[in-house]
Design a protein around this ligand. Structure first.
Ligand SMILES: Cc1cc2nc3c(=O)[nH]c(=O)nc-3n(C[C@H](O)[C@H](O)[C@H](O)COP(=O)(O)OP(=O)(O)OC[C@H]3O[C@@H](n4cnc5c(N)ncnc54)[C@H](O)[C@@H]3O)c2cc1C
Length: 451
């Protein structure tokens, strides 16, 4: 099978028993360029079984809230409609992940799972796999939310973008190849469960975002808009948060798996093939989509303590923080101050307002925002926990490998030592001067701080 180069399989032998092929959809909530779904369809045809696609809605999921679940349900709505036309059965369960999946194992011929990267999901997938093993049901893990499977890209924690860039760039065209979308299921079963309504779910009440709507259709449309009008200005966007049309706004779609990074990579390359003037912008964009994004996956995959203050960064960074731990902080704020937009810094307050309202923040402002929280917290660990907490509660793209790598970046991970100064030591410092000089920051503040 063409797709086998992407899968890892347990030792259990495939046998001609069981009633269906089970695809437990979790990370790749889409149809197009979904390698796990493709694998499951191939197995279903080979074993002449129907395909059951299961989605488990876990309302207790850490940092799951109304904002995130609205986006998620919008995505599932698209999945449901598409699976119907493909002839696969769609099953929804409201349960813990383990409790939701395990009842489906014993009658499965084989189970296909999206690959998982963050600890909680890895643990639960391990437990489910153990259970499947004990029943003699084989499990296939298929990574579809990275262009290059993490184990193929590297075998260790990479130090920085420069240590993995060449490998990723040279392997991308091989791994980003399109799947054969013409495959049809021979054994059709189009029944599907109704999706629950957001108001019926028991979730923390974080306001929903009107700025971005979830789903594969919206994601593909967003990509098209970006390629048509944003890509050519992308380089300017990297330092100008007011240049709002030049970024892709794909991060939440990528996080929920509503769009595949391989598809985005191919579409960008196609545009460049037709218009060489886009080449520099496309390189800058793919540096983020491929190199920085997959460096983040490398980080959480290979570094055991990626989510702990004591382990997430590098030794020079811990040494410099140790040296500067008692430096006097000019201002001290708490999470409540940030949420109330009560700091003395309107650039920061505007960034917080954008986050609270939309679930999004421009990359340049995220850097500034993270660095300011370090500057205004009583110690580094408090700063780390505050940044991560706000990040994972309010960003639609939070709770992602990039969330952990980016917050660690604020503390020196994947970065270099800089000129030593108060509070930051050798950690990179960011001041408002850079924003004033290089961007239309006044417009940004005006947009988000309408007082
Ligand atoms: C403190 C801090 C916290 C962050 N938290 C998150 C987070 O929780 N989730 C998240 O997805 N990104 C996070 N980022 C990275 C980045 O800011 C966002 O990915 C980006 O702003 C999303 O907007 P976009 O899709 O329009 O990006 P574009 O500029 O259009 O980039 C395209 C894609 O490339 C990837 N990308 C872009 N910038 C980075 C980066 N610096 N590192 C890794 N991948 C990148 C994303 O997948 C993004 O969607 C954080 C950055 C910082 C400094």
């Amino acid at each position: 099978m063409k797709n086998t180069r992407r899968q890892r399989k347990t030792n259990a032998k495939l046998k001609d028993k069981g009633r269906y092929i089970l695809y437990w959809m979790q990370a790749s909530q889409r149809i197009k360029d979904n390698h796990a779904l493709y694998e499951a369809m191939m197995l279903a045809n080979h074993y002449k079984r129907p395909l059951y696609v299961l989605f488990v809605l876990d309302e207790t999921f850490k940092d799951g809230n109304r904002r995130n679940f609205k986006f998620l349900l919008e995505g599932l709505n698209d999945v449901k409609a598409k699976l119907k036309t493909l002839g696969a059965r769609f099953i929804i369960r409201r349960a813990g992940l383990y409790e939701g999946v395990v009842p489906f194992l014993k009658d499965a011929t084989a189970v296909v799972m999206d690959d998982a990267y963050l600890k909680g999901l890895r643990t639960v997938k391990g437990k489910i796999t153990k259970q499947a093993d004990s029943l003699g049901v084989p499990v296939f893990y298929v990574p579809s939310n990275v262009i290059i499977p993490v184990d193929e890209a590297s075998s260790k924690v990479e130090y920085a973008a420069r240590t993995i860039r060449k490998k990723l760039n040279s392997a991308a065209s091989f791994w980003a190849e399109a799947l054969d979308e013409d495959i049809t299921l021979k054994h059709q079963d189009s029944t599907s469960d109704a999706l629950p309504v957001l108001d019926d779910l028991d979730l923390e009440d974080i306001s929903v975002s009107r700025f971005l709507q979830g789903g594969e259709k919206k994601a593909l449309k967003q990509l098209e808009t970006f390629l048509d009008s944003g890509l050519k200005h992308y380089q300017e966007s990297s330092f100008n948060p007011a240049c709002a049309q030049a970024v892709s706004y794909l991060s939440a779609y990528l996080h929920f798996g509503h769009i595949a990074p391989s598809l985005v990579w191919r579409e960008v390359k196609k545009r460049v093939a037709n218009d060489e003037t886009l080449s520099d912008s496309a390189d800058a964009f793919l540096e983020q989509l491929l190199v920085r994004r997959e460096l983040a996956y490398n980080f959480v995959w290979f570094l055991e303590g990626y989510d702990r203050f004591e382990k997430m960064t590098v030794s020079w960074a811990y040494e410099t923080m140790e040296k500067h731990v008692d430096d006097e902080r000019g201002y001290l704020y708490t999470k409540a101050d940030y949420l109330a937009l009560k700091t003395h810094d309107d650039y920061f307050n505007a960034a917080m307002a954008q986050m609270l309202k939309t679930g999004y923040m421009h990359n340049r402002m995220r850097m500034y925002w993270g660095k300011k929280i370090i500057e205004w917290s009583k110690d580094y660990k408090t700063a780390y926990e505050t940044i991560l907490d706000l990040n994972n509660t309010y960003f639609l793209d939070g709770r992602d490998p990039i969330s952990y790598a980016s917050v660690a970046w604020c503390f020196g991970r994947h970065d270099q030592a800089w000129k030593e100064r108060e509070v930051f030591g050798k950690l990179r410092y960011m001041n408002a001067g850079g924003l004033k000089r290089k961007s239309d920051i006044k417009d940004y503040v005006k947009t988000w701080l309408k007082r």
